[in-house]
Ligand binder design. Sequence first.
Ligand SMILES: [Zn+2]
Length: 84
Amino acid sequence: MTMSKIRWSEAPIIYLPIPTCPGCGTIRKPDIKHVDRAGDGSFSRQCVCRECGARFVLVFELPESGEVHSQAPMIVMKGMEHGT
Ligand SMILES: [Zn+2]
């Protein structure tokens, strides 16, 4: 099955949350300091916020299968602290 010729109105939609800084909450693209590739296609990025300088790691995991998923890939932000 080819998906290259379908209409845009019929194209599957993949939702990706925009990573936000755990320190200040900005969606401004962080400075990428280092990329670690796991070898299976997943990878993580060591990031530094351009606004507040907070360090955090973005982890991009593989989908559970090669299929198109309606759920957005899990993005884990280490060091995130939730205020209560
Ligand atoms: Zn920040």
